[in-house]
Design a binder for this molecule. Sequence first.
Ligand SMILES: *[C@@H]1O[C@H](CO)[C@@H](O)[C@H](O)[C@H]1NC(C)=O
Ligand SMILES: *[C@@H]1O[C@H](CO)[C@@H](O)[C@H](O)[C@H]1NC(C)=O
Ligand SMILES: *[C@@H]1O[C@H](CO)[C@@H](O)[C@H](O)[C@H]1NC(C)=O
Ligand SMILES: *[C@@H]1O[C@H](CO)[C@@H](O)[C@H](O)[C@H]1NC(C)=O
Ligand SMILES: *[C@@H]1O[C@H](CO)[C@@H](O)[C@H](O)[C@H]1NC(C)=O
Ligand SMILES: *[C@@H]1O[C@H](CO)[C@@H](O)[C@H](O)[C@H]1NC(C)=O
Length: 299
Amino acid sequence: MIHSCSEERKMMILWSLCLIFALSNSILVVIASPSQHLCLPDQRDALWEFKNEFYVDSDVPDYVKVTEKWRNNTDCCSWDGVSCDPKTGKIVELDLMDSALNGPLRSNSSLFRLQHLQKLNLGFNNFSGILPDSIGNLKYLSRLRCRTCNLHGEIPSSLGNLSYLADLDLAENHFTSEGPNLQLVLPKLRSLISIDLVYNQFKGTLPSNMSSLSKLEYENQFSGPLEIGNLSSPSKLKSLIVGENNFNGPIPGSLSKLGLEYLDLSFSFWNTGRDIVDLSFFSHFISLRDLDLSYVVCS
Ligand SMILES: *[C@@H]1O[C@H](CO)[C@@H](O)[C@H](O)[C@H]1NC(C)=O
Ligand SMILES: *[C@@H]1O[C@H](CO)[C@@H](O)[C@H](O)[C@H]1NC(C)=O
Ligand SMILES: *[C@@H]1O[C@H](CO)[C@@H](O)[C@H](O)[C@H]1NC(C)=O
Ligand SMILES: *[C@@H]1O[C@H](CO)[C@@H](O)[C@H](O)[C@H]1NC(C)=O
Ligand SMILES: *[C@@H]1O[C@H](CO)[C@@H](O)[C@H](O)[C@H]1NC(C)=O
Ligand SMILES: *[C@@H]1O[C@H](CO)[C@@H](O)[C@H](O)[C@H]1NC(C)=O
C-alpha cells in the first residue's frame, strides 16, 4: 500500500510540474506576442521614408491622414494600409488609397525598395508627375491601382516586366500614348485579367493581342479601328467597355465571337458609312446579357 501511495505522489508531482511548465509556457507566449516585431527593419525604414516623401493636405479629415498615424517605434505590419506576409514579415500589400498624399513619385522613391509587394493601391492621391520606370522593379505585383493620381506622360515600358500583373487600374489620369508603349507593353502582360484605363488621353489603335483579359475598360480618345476582335482565342473577355472613343470604322463583326456578356459602346462614334446602328448585328452575340448603346453616333 505504502509503495503504491508514493508512486501516486510521484505521479502527482510529475503532473504538477508538467502543468506548471505548460502554464508558464502559455504565459510566456501571451507576454511575448504583443512585442513580437513582425516588421523587418529595412522594410519599415523604406515605408517610413516613403511616407516622408509626400506632404499630407492639412485641411482633410483626420481619418484620411493614414500615414500620419504611423508610429516609427511600432510594428509596421500593424500600420494602417500595410499588410505583411505572416511567415516572412515582408510587406506584400500597401493600400494608401485616398490618403491625401501630395508630391511626385520619384524614380528613386523608397517605395521601390518594397520588393515583395503584391498589391499596391495609391489611387486618389496627387502625385502630379510621371509614373517612373522603377515600377517595373516591383516584379511580384499582381495588382496595381493608381486611379485619379494626377499622373501624366507615358505608360512606362518597364510595366511589361510585371508578369504577375492581373489587375491594372490607371484610370482618370492624363496618360498619353505618343510612343508605341501601350501597343508593346499591354500584350506582354500575360496574366492580365482586368484593365481600366478610362479617361486618359490615349490615342491611336488599341492593342489587339491580349489573351487573358476578362474585363477591359477603355473609354479614351482612340481613333483607329477597334481590333479587340483579334484577341487570340480562346478569349476570356466577358466585359468590354469601349465607349467615348472615336472609332474610324464599323463595329467589328469579330466581336460577336468573343462570348461577351457585357458590352458598353455608349458615347462612341463610329465611322461606318451608315447613320444608324444595325440592331440585328447584335443577335449574333449569343452570350450577351447587357448592351449599352446610349448616345452612339454613326456616320
Ligand atoms: C525610425 O526608426 C529607425 C530605426 O529605429 C531609425 O533609424 C529612424 O531614424 C527613425 N526615423 C525617424 C524619422 O524617427
Ligand atoms: C532622389 O532624387 C531626387 C532628384 O530627383 C533627389 O533630390 C533626392 O535626393 C534623391 N533621393 C535619394 C534618397 O536618393
Ligand atoms: C496637386 O499637386 C499639384 C502640384 O503640387 C498642385 O499644383 C495641385 O493644386 C494639386 N491638386 C490638388 C487637387 O490638390
Ligand atoms: C525588364 O527586365 C529585364 C530583366 O530583368 C531587364 O533587363 C529589362 O531592362 C527590364 N525592362 C525594363 C523596360 O525595365
Ligand atoms: C502584339 O502585337 C504588337 C503589334 O501587332 C506586336 O508588336 C507585339 O510583338 C505583339 N505582342 C505579343 C506578345 O504577341
Ligand atoms: C486584326 O484583324 C483584321 C481583320 O482580320 C486585320 O485586318 C488586322 O490587321 C488585324 N490587326 C492586328 C493588329 O493583327
